[in-house]
Every structure is written in C-alpha cells, then in structure tokens.
Design a protein around this ligand. Sequence first.
Ligand code: B12
Ligand code: SF4
Ligand code: SF4
Length: 325
Amino acid sequence: MSHRPEIYHTIADLIDRMAREGFRSAIVSVEHLKELREEIEGHHRAGRIADQVYRVDLAGLVYDPPPEMPEAKSVIIVSTPQPHIRFTFTWNGGKVETYLPPTYSSAISTRVGKLLAEILAPAGYRLVRARIPLKLAAVRGGLAQYGKNNITYVEGMGSYHRFTAFFSDLPCREDTWGEANVMEHCDGCTACRDKCPTGAIPSDRFLLRAERCLTYVNEHEGDFPAWLDPAAHHCLEGCLYCQSYCPVNRQIPLAIEDGPAFDDRETELILQGASKDRLPEAMIQKLEEFGFENGLPEIARNLRALLDRPQNLLTAPRLLRQKTT
Ligand code: B12
Ligand code: SF4
Ligand code: SF4
C-alpha cells in the first residue's frame, strides 16, 4: 500500500513523457490477455480466420507473461506516428521510386523501448517486448479505434502509426479496458472496401479476409496467385489503398521520408534474388531496418512486378495528391 503514490507518479510520468515525444500510450493489466486469446481462437474455431493465417501469421503472438518476467503485471502499449518511406532504385539508366507503407520500419520500436527503460528503470521496474495482438489490445485498452478496414486509428495520427508493446512488472492502477469499438466516421462510409484491390474487406462481416489481402500475398514467398491482378501491386511490400482513400487519414498531413537508395548494381543483385551472403555489407545495412535482409526472394519478386508495370508506379494510391509534411 505504501507504494501506491509512487506507482501513480511513475504511470503519470510515463504517459506524459511519451506524449511529449508525440506518442500515445496505454497501460493494461496482463490479466486481460487471456480474453484476447479466447477471442482470436474463437474466430479461428468458427472458421473466420483461415488456417494458414492462424498457423503462420498469428503463431508468434503471445498471451502469457514471458519466462524472463513471469511476475509481469501490465502491458504498456505505445503508438508512434509513422511516415511512408521512399525507396529509390536505379534501373535501366533511370531512377524508379516506390513506397513502403508506414509501420515497416522497426527503428522507432527500439527508441520507444529505450525511452520507457529510462523512465521505469530508476523506479525499479523492468520491461520485456510483448508480441501480443496489438490492435485488439490497443482498442480494448482505449488507445485506438478500429476502422472498417480492420486497421486501427489513433487520434491525431489516423492509421499511420505503429504499435510497440512491453510486458512490465509495473502494476496497472487504472484500468481503461473496455469493448472493441469502431470509428463513427465509418458509419455509412465504404471507401476502404470499395478501393481494396482484392476484395479483402468483406461486406457480410467485420473481420478482414486476411488471406485475400494484398499485403498477405506480397509479404509471403512464392509466385503471386493466379487470382491476383499483378497491376494491383503498387508498393515494395504491403498495400496502401484502404488507408490512402480513407477520409480520416486524408485529414492527417502526409509524412514521406527518404529511405534507402540502390544503385544499378545493387538493384540488379536484388532482382537476381541474390542471397544475403552475396550482398555487400552496406546493402545489408540498408535492408535491415525493414527486416528485408531475411525476405530477399519476396523483395525481388515484388520489385520485378513493380518494374514490369507499364504505367507510372505511383498512380494507384492517392498518396502523392495529399498534402505532404
Ligand atoms: C498478422 C498480421 C497481418 C496479416 C493479417 C492481418 C489481420 N487482420 O489479421 C496481414 C499480412 C494480412 C497484415 C496486413 C497488414 N498489416 Co498487419 N499485422 C499482423 C499482426 C502480426 C497480427 C494482427 C492480428 O492480431 N490479427 C488477428 C486478428 C483476428 O485481429 P484483428 O485484425 O485486430 O481483428 C479484430 C477485428 O476484426 C475485431 N472485430 C471483429 N468483428 C468486429 C466487429 C466490431 C463491431 C468491432 C468494433 C471489431 C470487430 O476483432 C478482431 C480480433 O478478434 C500485427 C502485429 C501484432 N503483433 O499485433 C500486424 C499489424 C496489425 N499490421 C499492421 C499493418 C500496418 C498492416 C498493413 C496496413 C500493412 C500495410 N500497410 O501494407 C496491412 C493491413 C491489412 C488490413 N486491412 O488489416 C499494424 C497495424 C497498425 C495500425 N495502424 O493499426 C500492426 C499492428 C503492426 C504494428 N507493429 O504496428 N497484417
Ligand atoms: S475508409 Fe471509411 S469505412 Fe474505411 S476505415 Fe476509413 S472511415 Fe472507416
Ligand atoms: S491492405 Fe490493401 S489488400 Fe489489404 S485490405 Fe487494405 S486495401 Fe485491401
């Protein structure tokens, strides 16, 4: 009991320090994680989550405190604004620019971890990265709301933000846990569903048909499936349609950051599907921030599809017609 004021102070300090960085955070009790497990497993049992998505993409999610911190009491979830990243490839004597949607860069998560440790370590609390279902936890924790596109929105950031979460032994004093909710803006709006190039946002239910999502297809290895129109592919990885056409995001100034540039030799190495051990160190470093050094076959296939496109690469999303910061 004598620790209560210190705990409140630490929590207030954490929320405030994150806010000063332009980040939003929520602290929820670890006790709630079992509800997330029940919900997601329930969708799978009912056949709403395709087997391959459940077994591969959701397999890494955790719902229990980690072995390094069995005494974890809370989960701290932080949302950080994220820019679109411009990649430049030299190809056939010219420069080709393409984009990576927000959230692929993991650098900010490392920074969030360091900041949280600076706040919590002096108060005697620890942190361990938490690979939980971030959207559902953030929405139920009151930090975000779902859009009909199944992506989450945070005030002032739209959906262009990345979540990072940590288990902590910091007790959770004020529980903000509630029901999942959807933005009021979605009432009567179908822009994301109408623009989705693969029909992944259904009209007969809320849950995404993840196995139909272009991101699912272009993040995984192998040939593009026959049902996919190759012209739908418009980013180095991922997809921007349901976010770019969303009226909520159109209120947010568009942030585009210059990312890596690859000269003609480097572009050729990517297109050849060269393995990591054949790449120069400088090139590996350019790919590492995005985890691409371990997904070179996918990047090679995706880049090839972009270069094969007859029309300008950037005509698809309304990305460039928005006001940029
Ligand atoms: C697996 C995964 C994928 C898979 C499967 C996606 C999926 N929907 O499951 C694929 C590869 C397709 C994918 C794609 C993308 N992803 Co992804 N992905 C994940 C991952 C690892 C897990 C997501 C998950 O929990 N899925 C399980 C499903 C069941 O949960 P859910 O999507 O929240 O679904 C809930 C709702 O449908 C809700 N619901 C159902 N019915 C109803 C009814 C009502 C009324 C309401 C309110 C809610 C509701 O209940 C479900 C949960 O039970 C997370 C990282 C993480 N650790 O969480 C990133 C993550 C979700 N991805 C992210 C991003 C950015 C994307 C892409 C936008 C990438 C891109 N730009 O190209 C696309 C978006 C696709 C889309 N429209 O949703 C971000 C989202 C950030 C944000 N702003 O919300 C995350 C959180 C990564 C991060 N670190 O920030 N992704
Ligand atoms: S496009 Fe419309 S329906 Fe889709 S998430 Fe945005 S506001 Fe909601
Ligand atoms: S990310 Fe692209 S393919 Fe996936 S739901 Fe959104 S618009 Fe559809």
